[in-house]
Design a protein around this ligand. Structure first.
Ligand code: BEZ
Length: 211
């Protein structure tokens, strides 16, 4: 199945290290990040699961739940969690789905046969409170993800969900933002009382409105 931006994130029920979870119900009214790793007991994956766990408080602050998945079973995930705690200095801080039947992997098209025909790639799906997919990232097995970048993009998604703004290249929380072109100058004066600078009629910059 192909999942695209704006689609309702496919719902599923699965066994996890925290028991059986129905995805939409588990998400509740908040944001969620579903991300796959290729295989338990592998080096890059061990660092990634540790790195995401270490930033759990930052995801909590953003009302965002994390859930991981691979084609290993829950018993394997539980055994591997000990290695994550031992080597990464942090306990596993979120559930991992046991997906030995590939139900979730297939629903989200996480197996890319020309990369590897049995293991999931490093997929990331960010899901909004409306259960729609807001962001999709795909990394190969050889490249671990940057958790700081995931948090940065989450900040952008949450900001742009609430205000008629977009975030420029290399933006990070606290930087100036761009007023979306559909907003007239008159409307911009009302919506952005801190004012704005028009570098071009289509490129208007304003201080981040929620700061
Ligand atoms: C890793 O996490 O290091 C890894 C997993 C699967 C294939 C290659 C590398």
């Amino acid at each position: 199945m192909t999942v695209r931006l704006g689609d309702i994130a496919p719902d599923f029920t699965a066994d996890t290290t925290d028991g059986t979870i129905s995805f939409h119900e588990w998400l509740g009214d908040g944001w969620g990040i579903l991300f796959s790793h290729p295989k338990d007991f592998t080096p890059v994956c061990t660092t990634e699961l540790g790195a995401f766990s270490a930033r759990k408080a930052d995801f909590d602050k953003r009302n965002t739940k994390l859930i991981a998945v691979s084609v290993d079973d829950v018993a394997s995930h539980n055994a591997w969690a000990g290695d994550i705690a031992e080597t990464q200095g942090t306990a596993l801080a979120f559930p991992i789905i046991g997906d030995e039947t590939r139900k979730v992997a297939d629903l989200y098209d996480m197996i890319h046969p020309n990369a590897n025909d049995t293991l999931t790639v490093r997929s990331v799906f960010i899901v909004g409170p409306d259960k729609k997919v807001k962001l999709i990232l795909t990394y190969p097995a050889s490249t671990g993800r940057n958790v700081e970048e995931i948090i940065r993009v989450l900040d952008s998604l949450q900001l742009t969900a609430d205000y008629k703004v977009a975030t420029p290249a290399n933006w990070k929380d606290g930087d100036d933002v761009i007023i979306t072109p559909a907003v007239s100058d008159e409307e911009a004066k009302e919506r952005f009382p801190k004012g704005f600078t028009a570098l071009k009629p289509y490129l208007r910059v304003t201080p981040q409105p929620n700061k």
